[in-house]
Design a protein around this ligand. Sequence first.
Ligand code: NAP
Length: 313
Amino acid sequence: MENVVIIGSGPAGLTAAIYAARANLNPLVLAGGMYGGQLMLTTEVENYPGFPLGILGPDLMIAFREQAERFGARIENVDATSVDFSQGPFTVRTAENEYVAKSVIVASGASARWLNIPGEEPLRGRGVSTCATCDGAFFKNKHIVVVGGGDSAMEEALFLTRFGKRVTVVHRRDTLRASKIMADRALAHETIDFIWNTIVEGVLGTTHVTGLKLYDLKEEKRRTFDADALFIAIGADPNTQMFKGQLELDRMGYIVSPDGTSTSVEGVFVAGDVYDIRYKQAVTAAGLGCRAAMDAERYLEALEFPVPDVVMP
Ligand code: NAP
């Protein structure tokens, strides 16, 4: 019987592991086949406090992992495949094992959507990115393209105007999905321009992005377009497939939590991007991981030493 099983190993899961391990809970982390979460896909992280010169995303996650292991967290590089939260103790399964746990922290994160076009994968971290906050500063005075028509795309485009000499939004329709206030702001911005009814079909470049292949859906015409960076902002999907029917999810699939740690099942806690659609930062995920571990600890304490019912005379 495990005290706490943590599903996920990004900043949320590993911070939860550090706190749970230091509370002597001997946590088990199901880290996924590729541990470390979305930061493993980024290059320099310049906004994580404590690193004035920045740190590479993978190096930061190695440090998180070492810190959790130093306090005794057991980290298995395996994917959780299914859960049974219908009653406690809870069951978490992997391809090979089944774990029974008094509490579970779900920190399975979200995955940014990619376009899945030629050139995108090899140029990730070399001009192709899904995170303007992480990578925008590398493109000072460059021409940046943002793909998408929702709030994320507008937010990314507006943020990127701080760096790029020009920001072009490429959207597949002729109207934006973004909220009016965000759309108006982007449409009125003097260094943002728009290309409508167009999709990006390929990314050009060998060591870094030099251009894009565009396809105009209305004119049915192809062209190449010079650009130094491509920011893809077409939404993210929370990794909640296995929690359907087990935890309350919102219409977009994020785990519902009234307070940022508890879920619809007592004893199952949530942390990080799998719940947080708003901030989506490593530092906020780490903070949520800390909170989830502290709440799990209190929950386990209450299981062991239940407060007796007060019998009124
Ligand atoms: P979203 O609202 O789902 O928008 C995704 C956009 O990407 C849409 O314009 C969509 O085009 C486009 N798209 C999707 N797949 C594509 C593909 N394969 N190729 C080209 N374009 C593609 O996602 P989001 O912008 O990430 O926002 C998610 C949620 O977070 C929303 O509820 C949003 O309001 C919220 N949010 C709010 C803020 C804020 O208030 N500051 C900031 C960010 C996000 P179509 O329009 O044609 O479908």
